[in-house]
Design a protein around this ligand. Structure first.
Ligand code: C2E
Ligand code: MG
Ligand code: MG
Ligand code: MG
Length: 283
């Protein structure tokens, strides 16, 4: 009896695995032509300065609306793009489009130019010509280098310190800013901040989520902010969904804030309207 059940179980498991592999391959095929078919688009999530609530920049997030499969989450298709190598074609397109769109944004109410923050996947770092791409995008768009921020994940950067050090050095020379995304999730964390030259860290939203309930998360967040500031590094908190979280982060001196409570990701036109609206309100 038990043996039978085990057998069935095994067979079921196998079929589920086949199905997952098939689905992945299918997604990969579909993703290959998705950009040219116009199924991919960029949205921008506003980033605010905590101190004065000023809109100071936005993060580009890729969206895929498949005609049959519907909306496919980035966590799924970015992974497919990364594993298959498709990210090598997709990444530069996102970077280029983001630089061109950001070039068109108006200044904020304080007269500052907004930055645009672009996610760079580990594979783009390892096998791509990131420095070349960044240079090309800046030149063709006319965007000032200081307005481009690149978000690299902590694990991708720390994983290969030699590469990281030389690459980050070169990136800095182009004038762009480098942020560590999802900071705190990799366990290397704070001690490595001294060795890798980054301009900012984004505290992962898993810490932000429990800020009000979990004293450990609050302690860690407070430590990250203090440590980063001691090293002259900017701190961004992502995934802020409630005012209580924002208030705690503000008290702790967190520099920048991003999350649904402040704004959902927006189409570029809506972002421009939001920048303009902020100007009108302050007049
Ligand atoms: P990420 O870079 O950490 O981006 C932040 C994610 O958190 C986004 O999810 C954003 O929509 C979501 N988010 C923002 N505020 C809140 C909030 O208050 N609550 C919650 N629960 N979530 C919030 P999204 O757009 O689904 O993207 C997921 C991940 O996919 C990104 O994580 C990033 O790693 C990757 N990704 C998205 N676009 C790109 C891209 O163009 N290139 C690369 N390489 N990766 C991308
Ligand atoms: Mg990011
Ligand atoms: Mg993140
Ligand atoms: Mg994340």
């Amino acid at each position: 009896q038990a043996k039978m059940a085990g057998k069935n179980c095994f067979r079921y498991y196998n079929r589920a695995m086949d199905h997952a592999v098939e689905r992945r391959l299918h997604l990969e095929q579909e993703l290959r032509g998705a950009w040219d078919r116009g199924e991919l688009r960029l949205v921008y999530q506003p980033i605010f300065r905590t101190r004065d609530r000023m809109l100071v920049g936005a993060e580009v997030l890729l969206r895929w609306q498949h005609p049959v499969l519907g909306a496919i989450p980035p966590t799924v298709f970015i992974d497919v793009a990364e594993q298959s190598g498709l990210i090598q074609q997709l990444g530069p397109k996102v970077l280029d489009a983001a630089c061109h769109q950001a070039r068109q944004w108006p200044r904020n109410a304080s007269g500052e130019e907004l930055f645009v923050s672009v996610n760079i996947s580990p594979r783009q770092l390892r096998n791509g010509d990131l420095i070349g791409e960044v240079g090309r995008c800046l030149r063709s768009s006319g965007l000032a280098a200081s307005r481009l921020h690149l978000e690299l994940t902590e694990t991708a950067v720390i994983g290969d310190e030699m590469l990281a050090a030389s690459l980050l050095e070169k990136l800095h020379r182009t004038g762009v800013k480098v942020w560590l995304d999802d900071f705190g999730t990799g366990f290397s964390g704070l001690s490595h901040l001294r060795q890798v030259p980054v301009d900012g860290v984004k505290i992962d939203r898993s810490f932000v989520a429990d800020l009000q309930r979990d004293p450990d998360d609050l302690a860690l967040t407070t430590a990250i902010i203090a440590m980063a500031h001691a090293l002259g590094i900017t701190v961004v908190a992502e995934g802020i969904e409630q005012q209580g979280q924002f208030d705690l982060l503000e008290q702790r001196g967190c520099d920048l804030a991003q999350g649904y409570w402040l704004s959902r990701p927006l189409e570029t036109d809506d972002l421009v309207r939001l920048i303009d609206a902020t100007v009108i309100e302050s007049c």
